[in-house]
Design a protein around this ligand. Structure first.
Ligand SMILES: [Fe+2]
Length: 326
C-alpha cells in the first residue's frame, strides 16, 4: 500500500500589512471611507477588520517613512498545517522563520517566508476573534458589525494583486509547489506569461501575480488590495461614497473579463496604496478546472470587459507611486 503523506493547505487570505507615511490620513480612508472597523491601536499601528470578519484583523496600517507592503498573511486549514508547512517549505529550500505568538496582533505562533520575488508572506492558525461592542453588533448572528455601519462597509477582504519584475510563470509555479495555489486564469503573450490569477478557495483568485510594467524596477510590489461587496449595486454606491469623500476613483466602475467581477479602484490619499472594491464574479467548484488562457488578442477583454480602460492620470497630489513597493 502506498504511504500516505499528509499535505498542508492554505485555507484563506487573512490580512495585508501596509506601511503608510501618513497614518492619520490612511486611517481616515480605510476607516471612514472604505468602512473598516478599528479593532486595536498602538502608537504606530492600527488593526482593522470588515463587517463579516471574526478574526482579529484583515488590515494592518503601520506608520513608516514610505508607502510599502510589509507582508501578506494566510490562514492554514488545520492547526497541524503550520508544522507541516514548516517542513515542506524548508525541504523545498525556502528560508522559514518561526515567529512566536504576538499579543499585539492577535496571532499565535506563525511562519514567515519570502517568495522568490521578494514578497513576504506569513502563515498562521491561531488568531484571536475579539467581540464586537454591543452598540456596533449586527442583529444577524452570522455577521459581526451591523450592516452599513459606516462608509462603504466592505464585507470582507477578497484578494491581493502583486507585481514583480521576475518571471510571473515561475512564481505561479512556486505558489503551486509550496503553498498549493491553483492557477485559474492567465494571460499569455509570445514573450511569456504576464499575469496569473490563483486560488485555494472557490474564488477565481485569492492572489494574482502580474508582470510589472517596463517602468517598474523593483522585483516586489503590490498593485492592489481588494475588499468584497455583495453585489454590483453596492459597487455603484461605493463610487458615490468615494466621490463624496473628495476622492477621484482611479478606474471604474467596470467589469473584468478575468473573474467576471465588477471593480472600482481607488487610492488611499495617505499612502498611494491602491484598493479595489470588488463584487460579483464566478466561483470554481470543479476539482479538475483547466486554467483559462487569454491570448495576446484578448488582453483588453481579459482586463476590462467593459468600463474605463485607462487609469486616471496621477499628479503628485493624488498619488505617491504607481504601485506600492514591498
Ligand atoms: Fe483585483
Amino acid at each position: 500500500m502506498a504511504t500516505y503523506r499528509y499535505h498542508p493547505e492554505i485555507a484563506k487570505l487573512g490580512a495585508a500589512h501596509l506601511v503608510t507615511p501618513d497614518l492619520d490620513k490612511s486611517l481616515w480612508f480605510f476607516r471612514d471611507v472604505i468602512g473598516l472597523h478599528v479593532v486595536a491601536r498602538t502608537e504606530n499601528k492600527v488593526y482593522l477588520r470588515a463587517d463579516l470578519e471574526a478574526e482579529h484583523h484583515s488590515l494592518v496600517l503601520e506608520a513608516g517613512d514610505r508607502a510599502r507592503l510589509d507582508h501578506v498573511s494566510w490562514r492554514v486549514r488545520r492547526p497541524e498545517d503550520l508544522e507541516s508547512f514548516h517542513d515542506l517549505l524548508t525541504e523545498n529550500g525556502n528560508e522559514v522563520t518561526v515567529q512566536p505568538a504576538d499579543a499585539e496582533d492577535g496571532y499565535g505562533e506563525s511562519l514567515r517566508l519570502q517568495m522568490p520575488t521578494g514578497h513576504r508572506l506569513r502563515l498562521y492558525w491561531d488568531v484571536e476573534k475579539p467581540a464586537v461592542a454591543e452598540a456596533d453588533r449586527s442583529v444577524l448572528l452570522n455577521q459581526r458589525y451591523r450592516s452599513w455601519h459606516h462608509g462603504i462597509s466592505v464585507r470582507r477582504i477578497d484578494h491581493v494583486n502583486l507585481w514583480t519584475t521576475h518571471d510571473p510563470e515561475a512564481n505561479h509555479q512556486w505558489l503551486t509547489d509550496n503553498l498549493g495555489f491553483k492557477l485559474r486564469e492567465y494571460i499569455q503573450t509570445p514573450g511569456g506569461r504576464i499575469g496569473g490569477w490563483m486560488s485555494v478557495t472557490p474564488l477565481v483568485h485569492d492572489i494574482a501575480l502580474m508582470k510589472a510594467g517596463p517602468h517598474e524596477t523593483t522585483p516586489a510590489r503590490m498593485h492592489h488590495l481588494a475588499f468584497w461587496l455583495d453585489n454590483a449595486a453596492d459597487v455603484l454606491r461605493a463610487a458615490d461614497i468615494v466621490a463624496e469623500a473628495g476622492i477621484k476613483p482611479d478606474q471604474g466602475p467596470g467589469k473584468h473579463g478575468v473573474s467576471q467581477a465588477m471593480f472600482l479602484y481607488v487610492r488611499d490619499p495617505g499612502s498611494g496604496h491602491r484598493v479595489e472594491i470588488f463584487s460579483n464574479g464566478y466561483l470554481i467548484f470543479d476539482p479538475d478546472w483547466e486554467p483559462v488562457e487569454w491570448g495576446v488578442d484578448r488582453i483588453a477583454t481579459a482586463l476590462t470587459m467593459w468600463g474605463p480602460t485607462d487609469y486616471v492620470p496621477h499628479t503628485d497630489d493624488n498619488v505617491m507611486n504607481t504601485t506600492t513597493e514591498a
